[in-house]
Each structure stands twice: as structure tokens, then as C-alpha cells.
Unconditional design. Structure first.
Length: 423
């Protein structure tokens, strides 16, 4: 009996470790906002140190972008947030690690924004041919990681490219997700660039998990992208990263279908939502869908979206990461202070409508507190040590949360010391 119980305990501990989940945000502008004087507050209006506060509220991972030379970006892009050079990321990354978070580094391999519509080659690299580009990517990646390690900011997760559904380092690295490429680009070039970056990451940070980051402007293309990537054995990665914004990509059913396909086709890969967001006063600029009848554009509506998103993700056992994009945006004590509005500090443009701190007051919004439910709380599997696991009739999620009753949502659960699939 003791041997059986011990084996069961080992199984449960193994399950708990393998089911580790990560929740947090892309806080790439936090250092800039703090430098400008921003004051962050909790929901009751008390001033807080943002990293310590978010750690207290259950967040355990943070993401930061890195540009090759953001000084070459346009003035408009700089005001949108293209400022993260290596020195900036070293400082912010060190703060993240010292605060006890896991750190995800997001290489853009560009001087400015990259997304499905643009992946400009860094200005200093434009004269390189394909083979020279592969060497430059390796050299640059290794140099950045070496300096980050020396600064106490070694990443735990590394994205080798940002939203690379259509490739990166255009034109030579441009591709079509479903196969083929426009004139001047090719999958061979693109995969060669990825392989070079990944090899450098593995050499410098062998413990870091590699993330391949795509987005969902054409959801059906996402599985096709990874299917094409399978043809390149040198591109070895651990995690599928997705951007999902309902305003641009559709309802949660779209995300659910994409996740189901990815889990079916790539059962050995973890999946992370590395970017998401929903507005609390206005829809996101350029929104293609309107879900305001389901999730009102209000603080409560933003929280409701977060609750529904987490519930959807909990049905997918391979999903182990959720990151909110730009939660730190606030103009409290920068533009809005002493009941006045002063835009003389011309460092940012417009509003980011999906922040998790109010832009005027700096007060934390309800969705910020809701996000911790993705990873669960400190109860659950630990509490099971107080009674024989095999005789415990409670149900638990893979991350250790004790449920009030037998689950009805599909997924994998723990019951009486065993994994149980609910269909």
C-alpha cells in the first residue's frame, strides 16, 4: 500500500511539474513609463511598485521585445513604443528576474515593428546575402544573449522572431504560411534564418525554451504554417506562440478550433497565448469584429472577456502560457496629474485601449486580478497530501486547482490519483 501511494504521489508531482503554467504580460514599456514618472495603483487607489504588485497578484512571467537598432525607426513608431534596444532590455530584464519572474525575450530581428504586414530587415543588414544573413543572425543573437546573461537578465523563454506567420527579414525571408513565397523570398531562406537563430539560443541559453510566434489574421493558415515548418529538421522549437485579439481574430470559437487542431497535430508542443487584450473603454483601433454585446467595452466587460478566455484555455491541456499585451500603459502623473491634462511630454501617441491600469488614475483594473486564475491558486494538489490520494474523491485540474464538483467541460483532470479525460 505504501509503495502504491508513493508511486501515486510521484505521478502527481510529475504531473504538477509538467503542468506548470505561466501568466503575465508584455511589459516592454514599463521602464519608460516609470522613467517618465508614472504612478501605479492597486484597485483601492494605493500606490504600488508595479512588478512587486503583479507578482503578489499571481503573475509569474513577463515578456519584453528587443529591436536591433530602434534609433532607426520612424518618429511615429518610436512614439508607439519602438524604443527597446539591448541596454534597455538588459535593465528591464534584470528587474524582471530580480522580482522573481520568468523572462520571455522577444527578438524582432528588425529596427521597428514586425507583424504579418511588415518585417523590414535591419538597416545595417540590408546589403547581406542569404548566407551572410544567417551568420549575422547567429552573431547578433549570441551577442545579445551573452550581454543579457552578464547583466543578470538571462531569458527563460526566447522568441526567435515576432509574429512570423509570413516569415521575417523580408524580402529574402518572406513566405506564404500555406506554402510557397513571393518573388525574392523562400521557405528555405526563412527556415535557415530560424535555424541559425535557434542554434545560437541553444548554445548560449541551453535551458531556455524556444517559442515560434505566429498570429491569427487568417486562422486556417496557422496549422499550415507549422505543417510546412516540419519539413525543416534544423528548426527545433518547444512552444507554439499565438497572438489572439478577438477584435481582430474573431470569437473564442475561432481560437478553440485553432488550439484543437494544433494540439492534435503537435501533441509534443506546448502552446502559449503570448499576446492578447481587450478594451475597457473603447474597442481596439481598426477592430474587424464587434463583441460588445457579449463583452461590453467597460471594466466589467474586459474582466468578463478575461474570465471567458481563461475558461476556454483550461480545456486545452497543452496551453501553458497567457500574456496580456501592454498592460502597463498609463498616463497617470505623466499627462494626467493634479486634475489637469498636459501632453507636453510628447513620448507616446494616443491611447492603448486594452491596458490593465486606468490611463488617467493609474488604478489597476479588474481583469488584472482575474488573470491569476489561469494558473490557479496555492490550494489543490498540495492539499492532497493530507489524505490518501487514491481515496480522494475530489476532482483537480492539471495545475492543481480543486474543483467543487465533477467537471463537465472537456479536458484532462486528476481524480483519485489518476488522469481522467472528460469528453
Amino acid at each position: 500500500m505504501k509503495k502504491t501511494l508513493l508511486l501515486t504521489l510521484c505521478l502527481m508531482l510529475t504531473t504538477m511539474v509538467s503542468a506548470q503554467k505561466y501568466v503575465g504580460g508584455d511589459i516592454s514599456m514599463l521602464k519608460k513609463f516609470l522613467d517618465e514618472g508614472a504612478v501605479y495603483k492597486d484597485k483601492d487607489g494605493n500606490a504600488v511598485e508595479p512588478l512587486s504588485f503583479m507578482k503578489t497578484e499571481g503573475w509569474n512571467a513577463m515578456r519584453v521585445r528587443l529591436f536591433v537598432d530602434p534609433s532607426k525607426a520612424s518618429a511615429q513608431h518610436k512614439k508607439e513604443g519602438v524604443i527597446q534596444d539591448l541596454d534597455y532590455v538588459k535593465a528591464l530584464g534584470k528587474s524582471i528576474k530580480e522580482a522573481g519572474f520568468q523572462f520571455m525575450l522577444d527578438f524582432h530581428y528588425s529596427d521597428t515593428w514586425t507583424d504579418p504586414g511588415k518585417h523590414a530587415t535591419p538597416s545595417a543588414w540590408t546589403s547581406l546575402n542569404v548566407e551572410q544573413m544567417k551568420a549575422k543572425i547567429a552573431e547578433y543573437t549570441k551577442q545579445c544573449l551573452q550581454e543579457l546573461k552578464q547583466a543578470g537578465a538571462e531569458p527563460d523563454f526566447i522568441q526567435t522572431g515576432n509574429e512570423i506567420t509570413t516569415g521575417m527579414l523580408w524580402l529574402t525571408g518572406q513566405i506564404y504560411a500555406g506554402g510557397g513565397a513571393p518573388a525574392g523570398g523562400s521557405w528555405n531562406n526563412f527556415a535557415g534564418y530560424l535555424a541559425s537563430a535557434i542554434k545560437a539560443c541553444n548554445e548560449e541559453c541551453p535551458q531556455a525554451k524556444i517559442v515560434i510566434h505566429t498570429e491569427m489574421h487568417a486562422p486556417a493558415d496557422v496549422p499550415k504554417f507549422y505543417n510546412n515548418l516540419k519539413n525543416y529538421q534544423d528548426v527545433k522549437y518547444d512552444i507554439i506562440g499565438l497572438s489572439y485579439y478577438p477584435d481582430f481574430h474573431g470569437d473564442l470559437t475561432v481560437l478553440d478550433n485553432t488550439l484543437t487542431t494544433l494540439e492534435t497535430n503537435y501533441p509534443d508542443k506546448k502552446i502559449m497565448i503570448v499576446e492578447t487584450g481587450y478594451g475597457f473603454e473603447w474597442q481596439l483601433s481598426g477592430a474587424k469584429h464587434n463583441f460588445t454585446s457579449k463583452w461590453p467595452v467597460s471594466e466589467d466587460g474586459q474582466k468578463l472577456f478575461t474570465t471567458d478566455l481563461i475558461a476556454a484555455l483550461q480545456t486545452h491541456p497543452n496551453v501553458n502560457g497567457l500574456f496580456w499585451w501592454y498592460p502597463e500603459y498609463t498616463l497617470n502623473n505623466i499627462v494626467f496629474k493634479n486634475d489637469s491634462e498636459d501632453w507636453s511630454k510628447d513620448f507616446t501617441s494616443g491611447y492603448w485601449n486594452a491596458a490593465l491600469f486606468h490611463y488617467k488614475t493609474g488604478r489597476a483594473l479588474s481583469a488584472l486580478y482575474e488573470l491569476k486564475n489561469f494558473v490557479g491558486d496555492d490550494t489543490g494538489i498540495d492539499a492532497m497530501n493530507h489524505e490518501p490520494i487514491t481515496n480522494n474523491r475530489s476532482w483537480y485540474t492539471l495545475d492543481g486547482r480543486r474543483l467543487s464538483a465533477q467537471p463537465t467541460q472537456k479536458g484532462i483532470y486528476i481524480h483519485q490519483g489518476k488522469k481522467v479525460i472528460v469528453k
